[in-house]
Design a protein around this ligand. Structure first.
Ligand code: F6R
Length: 619
């Protein structure tokens, strides 16, 4: 995820401070680094791809003059990692007069870019961010008769305000301009932004760790706010009406380690909590990628989805989505099995949809290569721009969940499901398989998923903590679901096994009578995933079978589902009205939290499960 930092110092040189602070944002993940400073009426910029310790040495970043500057670590979303795509970005003027750094995703950048190009703006990069610089430049130009004419102080602020008002999406941005070389203007919507204040200097950053060694006085900027930093003073204004917001600094007593995790004990917990934000960003994926993927899927004679682990569970869930909504049969296949299972049958008419958050999993790439050699079409879904999967795919989409640090996949899973459900809905529409009313309803419900996930975390976390206490010593768990919830059950089981080391079994609930039920004895814990879909009635029968044999049943069910609640020992409630095809997204969240708290109860480190690596690059 991108990181931003900048400062206005009373004295001294900004560049080395920006360098050291960006280093403290490294944990967010990045591929490029850039800094712009202002000195003596000139804008100085250095940027490149690479690690923070290499780029400053190669480019000598610390050498940039001036006590005012902005810096950025980029994690590519729009446009591959490259020098030109690294931030800061500028308008047309050469040498640059405006520099912008940005964290987030500008949803409407393609429309804005088209409009600006029609007005004569020439773009250098492939990023969404660059439109911000051109918009500001355009605003300033319309306020001035000649490009070099002096402008009043409010003109820069007005140009930034007008530009920001046109942005849709998520952003924390910072802008410097030669129009007013003693000022930095920042704005925020959905992406974090914090100010650091001390006696003589002002700082801003995406995250507390960047400012912590410089000051422990912080002001958190809220959505829809603009911040003007100048001469040791800051002013916060509401974007909507320019009204001034008074906000006192807070004293931060986090250690640097706590700050990296934003106060959470582990990255995994932070990433579980981040899911509403990530899903919102994922849903901002540009239409053209979804449209292209949908077109390829629509034309395919055979679709095989290949992936490993959690990503495979996303594919399994997607196979239900494609079948139910778009009447498309797909085969989810565990990538390491692909050569044996489909190696000989895959051909020029086959489409392979490879799903891998890292884009580097060896088994998934080997399956793709085997299919490529037999002329199959490769489509990709990944979280990593520039990864091998993006290079070998005919078309790919980037899920935009930001880097995942915890070894256990959480936010990347719910983001994968969000993209895959979008594809299934689009394909259904393209094929005329569901009515427009149904599509509208699905779109409306999809937009509410981030809020629903937020509510689950807010309302159910304490209960899940208590459940983990209650069940911490159980030796084995069953996870059961029917239909699409089978995929959710598999994912809940994988989380519990991999981070809390509890052997667990997941299978379609209908299979229990065909063997596994013989394991059940008094107190054996069974977790049922019970959304109110077409499988609910039969699932209730399965719950009764388990209860009759003395199992301790935990149900993840719809809020107020009294029939289920009174049958089971414990339950977790999920907001009502979620369409079946979207249900794995909210229903998996309690299972992630349960696994997390089980790991804590059992003294395991959820961020570093033994024997596992984040990206499995060996077969
Ligand atoms: C489980 C987990 C793994 C990965 C698997 C595939 O929590 O993280 O099962 O899902 O190794 O990784 P990607 O998606 O990077 O191909």
């Amino acid at each position: 995820m991108c990181g931003i930092f900048g400062c206005i110092l009373k004295n001294g040189s900004a560049a080395p401070i920006i360098h050291a602070s960006l280093k403290r944002l490294e944990y967010r993940g990045y591929d490029s680094v850039g800094v712009a400073t202002i000195d003596n009426g000139k804008l100085f910029v250095k940027k490149d791809i690479g690690k923070i310790d290499d780029v400053p040495t190669e480019l000598n970043l610390d050498d940039l003059p001036g006590r005012i500057g902005i810096g950025h670590t980029r994690w590519a979303t729009h446009g591959a990692p490259s020098q030109i795509n690294a931030h800061p970005h500028f308008g047309c003027s050469d040498p640059p007069r405006i520099a912008v750094v940005h964290n987030g995703i500008i949803e409407n950048f393609a429309d804005l870019k088209r409009e600006l190009e029609e007005r004569g703006h020439v773009f250098r990069s492939k990023t969404d961010t660059e439109v911000i610089a051109h918009l500001i430049e355009d605003g300033l130009k319309t306020q001035k008769s000649t490009p070099e004419a002096a402008v009043s102080s409010s003109d820069f602020e007005k140009a930034v305000t007008d530009a920001v008002k046109r942005l849709q999406g998520s952003y924390a941005i910072a802008v410097t301009s030669l129009e007013e070389p003693d000022k930095i203007i920042c704005a925020r919507n959905e992406s974090p932004l914090v100010l650091g204040i001390n006696e003589d200097s002002l700082y801003f950053a995406s995250d507390i760790p960047a400012v912590l060694p410089l000051t422990n006085k912080a002001v958190f900027v809220e959505n829809g706010e603009l911040v003007i930093l100048k001469n040791g003073e800051f002013q916060i204004k509401k974007l909507v009406d320019g009204s001034i917001v008074a906000r006192e600094p807070k004293l931060i007593d986090w250690t640097p380690e706590m700050a990296e995790k934003q106060g959470y004990l582990h990255f995994m917990l932070k990433e579980i909590h981040e899911q509403p934000h990530c899903i919102r960003d994922t849903l901002r994926l540009q239409d053209k990628y979804l449209e292209l993927l949908t077109t390829f899927l629509d034309r395919s004679k055979e679709v095989i989805m290949v992936a490993c682990g959690t990503s495979y569970h996303a594919c399994l869930a997607a196979s239900y989505m494609f079948s139910k909504l778009s009447f498309l049969a797909t085969h989810p296949v565990i990538a390491s099995e692909f050569p044996e299972q489909h190696g000989k049958s895959v051909n020029i008419d086959s489409t392979i949809l490879a799903v891998s958050q890292s884009g580097e999993t060896a088994d998934t790439l080997a399956a793709v290569e085997a299919a490529r050699l037999r002329a199959a079409t490769i489509l990709g879904l990944t979280n990593a721009v520039g990864s091998t999967l993006t290079r070998v795919s005919r078309v790919y989409a980037v899920q935009q969940s930001g880097p995942e640090i915890g070894v256990a996949a959480t936010k990347t899973f719910t983001s994968q499901l969000s993209v895959l459900s979008q594809l299934a809905i689009r394909l259904a529409k393209k094929r005329g398989k569901v009515s427009q009313e149904e599509i509208d309803l699905l779109d409306e419900k999809t937009a509410k998923i981030p809020d629903i996930v937020e509510k689950i975390v807010e309302t159910q976390e304490e209960k899940l903590k208590a459940l983990a206490k209650k069940y911490r010593d159980k030796k084995c768990f069953f996870f059961l679901g029917r239909g699409i919830s089978y995929a959710t059950a598999l994912e809940g089981r994988l989380k519990l096994m991999e981070i809390a080391y509890v052997p667990s079994i997941a299978f379609p609930a209908g299979e229990s009578k065909h063997g596994p039920i013989s394991l059940i004895e008094s107190g054996f814990p069974v977790i049922f995933i019970c959304p109110p879909d077409g499988t609910r009635k039969t699932l209730i029968g399965n719950i009764m079978e388990m209860k009759a044999r003395g199992a301790s049943v935990i149900a993840i069910c719809e809020e107020g589902d009294k029939d289920i609640m009174k049958m089971v020992d414990d339950y977790i409630e999920i907001t009502s009205g979620i369409p079946e095809v979207l249900s794995p997204i909210p229903y998996v969240v309690p299972l992630q939290l349960f696994a997390y708290y089980m790991a804590i109860e059992r003294g395991c480190d959820p961020d570093m499960p033994r024997n596992l690596a984040k990206s499995v690059t060996v077969k």
